[in-house]
Design a protein around this ligand. Structure first.
Ligand SMILES: Cc1cc2nc3c(=O)[nH]c(=O)nc-3n(C[C@H](O)[C@H](O)[C@H](O)COP(=O)(O)OP(=O)(O)OC[C@H]3O[C@@H](n4cnc5c(N)ncnc54)[C@H](O)[C@@H]3O)c2cc1C
Length: 227
């Protein structure tokens, strides 16, 4: 659809409809962004998003494959590898830019994100590592985790303006909810219109990315869950 605020262009926007989401098909560039971006969001009211808030979380997530230093950490679930064997054309491009006077940047996760160089990648042993592989696959055996594939969430359930669960469809049908006591964390419920749904005991987290999360939230509806 032509976008008014993009000069009426229709934009191609690929997304990963797969375990791991778009991290299963993206370019694997590991670039955290500049501290001032996070501090700017915090200053505008995003409490908890300042650089000092998120930096420890980045470091806790990271397993930098050449070792820890002031900017990087090891031991986390997400592998981060430098590009050690760049394509000769890419190397020539960087060398030429440096020869032309541009700053060589050895690490785009440092204080200065300007310059030319090679970015780091979420790669282990030469292979992509998606969010699914890093963060979910290792804990699949956890008793408080249930993974349902092929499920399309089409509504967020709201109670007094607060998200308490979601409704979803699998293979075109709404699965019959299991009794809530069989589900340790997500509690299946039967809202008034008799749709399959899960309600969260503690909190509902929308992670359908920047396009689908707002759509699901727009489809939110009030319900009285049976508890
Ligand atoms: C082609 C491409 C290249 C990119 N390259 C890079 C890069 O090199 N480095 C980088 O850092 N970032 C890159 N990105 C961006 C990065 O991949 C995304 O920012 C990131 O994956 C977003 O994570 P997310 O968890 O918010 O959403 P996603 O990864 O999109 O995950 C959302 C998940 O929710 C599922 N979902 C959506 N709607 C519903 C619904 N209604 N019901 C059930 N499930 C639903 C989707 O199928 C998907 O599995 C790239 C993105 C693309 C598309």
């Amino acid at each position: 659809m032509p976008q008014k605020h993009a000069n009426n262009r229709s934009l191609f926007w690929p997304r990963g409809k797969v375990l791991g989401g778009s991290s299963s098909l993206n370019r694997m560039i590991y670039m955290r962004g500049h501290a001032s971006d996070y501090d700017g969001w915090a200053a505008q009211g995003c409490t908890g998003w300042g650089w000092d808030d998120v930096r420890p979380l980045f470091l806790r997530s990271e397993d930098h494959l050449t070792g820890a230093n002031a900017l990087h950490a090891t031991g986390g679930p997400l592998p981060v590898s430098p590009i050690t064997n760049p394509h000769p054309t890419a190397q020539a491009f960087v060398d030429t830019a440096v020869a032309a006077g541009h700053k060589r940047n050895e690490d785009f996760n440092g204080d200065d994100v300007r310059g030319v160089g090679f970015n780091e990648m979420t790669v282990r042993d030469g292979r992509r590592e998606s969010g699914w592989q890093s963060f979910v696959a290792p804990v699949l055996d956890n008793s408080n985790l249930t993974v349902t594939t092929g499920a399309l969430i089409d509504r967020v359930l709201l109670e007094n303006g607060r998200a308490v669960g979601v409704e979803y469809v699998v293979d075109g049908a709404r699965p019959e909810p299991a009794p809530w006591w069989s589900c340790p964390v997500a509690r299946p419920v039967r809202p008034p219109s008799c749709c399959a749904a899960v309600s969260a005991r503690r909190r509902t987290c929308a992670t359908s990315a920047s396009t689908w999360s707002p759509i699901c939230l727009a489809w939110g509806r009030t319900c009285t869950t049976t508890r």
